[in-house]
Ligand binder design. Structure first.
Ligand code: GAF
Length: 386
């Protein structure tokens, strides 16, 4: 199957595995975060957009309590689960994402009977493009319809986040699921993570002669382990010492005073969040006033803040950003949780080949694994596709 999702191919693969046609096929996209990193769990602002790479699930309901799941990746073995004994401690591997959603819905009193499920995804996993949220959102959208649960998009966001937090064990915020569920073609999603209020912001890159290049460094990361949780803990410590509910309540004007109250490292973590929130607001304003060509410096400043203050970049991400900028990119930054994954570069359409070649060359010279480089544009959110 190719990078774009073909609903009939997904339905056909389902039939090959289960010998019957599915009740439907649902898809949900991965995302690029244009700006606003690690601000979500600090009740701040984010500005992601969905990309034209997605997860798709074909599902057929059963009249017992058995779930059979198979995917187009991995060993394509059918995993069979008795839903009457479903426990979050026993879920592992890729099935933890769909089953995690089923478990959360069950906890909320939404009865999900047995089902057969086939999963296909074109979102590269571990690339910082929300491959796991794409699966969660496709499954949540499907069961919301199949079980006639009537949950709103914002409620489905929280279902996906709970699956991630309570089943997968990654202490993540609502950025990824919100991008996947609320996105619209040609737009970014400006989201206030405190209130879940969102606004679609037009992002017409082509009209400005621009495109966004994703550089997947192939340095994989997992937010259930390591630095992500440590950064979240630093932010919580910072908020506690400063006596606020969350870092959302700290403004750039408060930073001089905060520096005297916090240890040096915690202050830098706090400074990233506080300045990043401001950069998101400024980006939204500049997009409205002057269009995407005006936001480059904010994107690059965001990267510098993540590299130096939040310390979540890595040599491969820095090299991708620096090389893109040296080739005349309007702006560039790492995107997503960090410690690997992808960088984005806002570049002119006509420079795509030169920027890509320069990045490939720089990686080869540095002895890094060759990155995967591709253009993305703002795509639609989760929906039924067949
Ligand atoms: C990951 C998390 F899942 C998001 O919630 C968000 O915190 C992001 O990292 C960083 O902005 O994608």
């Amino acid at each position: 199957m190719s990078a774009s999702i073909d609903a009939s191919q997904v339905a056909l693969a389902f039939e090959e595995h289960f010998g019957a046609t599915p009740d439907g096929v649902w898809s949900a996209p991965g995302r690029v975060n244009l700006i606003g990193e690690h601000t979500d769990y600090n009740e701040g602002f984010v500005l992601p957009f969905a990309i034209d790479r997605a997860a798709a699930v074909a599902i057929r309901q059963r009249d017992d309590m058995t779930a059979r799941l198979v995917s187009s990746f991995g060993d394509s073995e059918v995993v069979t689960v008795d839903l009457s004994t479903l426990s979050r401690d026993t879920m592992s591997g890729w099935t933890a994402y769909p089953l995690g959603v089923v478990w959360v819905l069950d906890q909320m009193g939404v009865a999900i009977g047995g089902f057969d499920l086939f999963l296909h995804s074109t979102v590269p996993s571990g690339a910082g493009l929300s491959s796991s949220a794409a699966i969660e959102c496709a499954v949540a959208t499907a069961f919301n319809e199949l079980a006639a649960a009537g949950l709103s998009q914002n409620e489905l966001v929280l279902v996906g986040q709970r699956a991630e937090n309570e089943v997968v064990g990654a202490p993540t915020g609502i950025l990824d699921q919100s991008a996947s569920l609320l996105a619209s073609d040609g737009h970014a999603v400006f989201l206030d993570c405190r209130t879940q209020e969102s606004q679609l912001v037009p992002l017409d890159l082509a009209a400005a002669g621009l495109l966004i290049l994703v550089v997947d460094t192939k340095v994989t990361h997992a937010h259930a382990t390591g630095g992500y949780a440590a950064r979240r803990a630093s932010c919580e410590l910072g908020a506690e010492v400063l006596g606020v509910k969350s870092l959302r309540d700290v403004s750039t004007a408060d930073l001089p005073e905060a520096s005297g109250l916090l240890d040096e490292e915690t202050f830098r973590r706090v400074r990233h969040i506080v300045t990043e929130n401001q950069r998101v607001l400024d980006t939204v304003q500049l997009l409205a006033d002057a269009g995407p060509v005006a936001i480059g410096d904010l994107l690059t400043a965001s990267h510098v803040s993540m590299r130096d203050d939040f310390e979540i970049s890595c040599p491969e991400l820095d090299l991708a950003v620096d090389t893109a900028l040296a080739q005349g990119a309007v702006g560039a930054r790492m995107t997503g949780g960090g410690f690997g994954g992808s960088a984005i570069a806002l570049i002119s359409v006509k420079s795509e080949a030169a920027v890509s070649a320069a990045i490939l060359n720089a990686f080869a010279t540095a002895g890094f694994t060759a990155p995967d480089i591709f253009a993305v544009s703002p795509a639609p959110g989760a929906r039924k596709i067949s």
